[in-house]
Design a protein around this ligand. Structure first.
Ligand code: SF4
Ligand code: SF4
Length: 69
């Protein structure tokens, strides 16, 4: 099962909880900042995502949407 993960970029506070929980270690903080001045989370190597949704469950602000593709 592959996944497609999207982030509500401007609501992310860069807390890195999703970075820590991803079993595939494919989430990282973007070098650029969002409108709040935080470095938002993003997925690198989306092709490795398994759609486990651990990141979405962990995010305290419901920033992350995971779709199965
Ligand atoms: S759905 Fe799972 S594998 Fe995909 S980015 Fe989130 S935690 Fe990582
Ligand atoms: S857990 Fe949510 S708020 Fe924290 S870095 Fe990840 S997407 Fe952003």
């Amino acid at each position: 099962m592959a996944g497609k993960v999207s982030f509500d970029r401007n609501r992310c506070k860069g807390c890195e909880l999703c970075v820590a929980v991803c079993p595939k270690h494919i989430i990282a903080l973007d070098a650029a900042t969002n409108v709040k001045g935080y470095h938002p989370a993003t997925v690198e190597r989306m092709e490795e995502c398994t759609a486990c949704a651990s990141c979405a469950r962990m995010c305290p602000d419901s920033v992350i949407t995971v779709e199965r593709v």
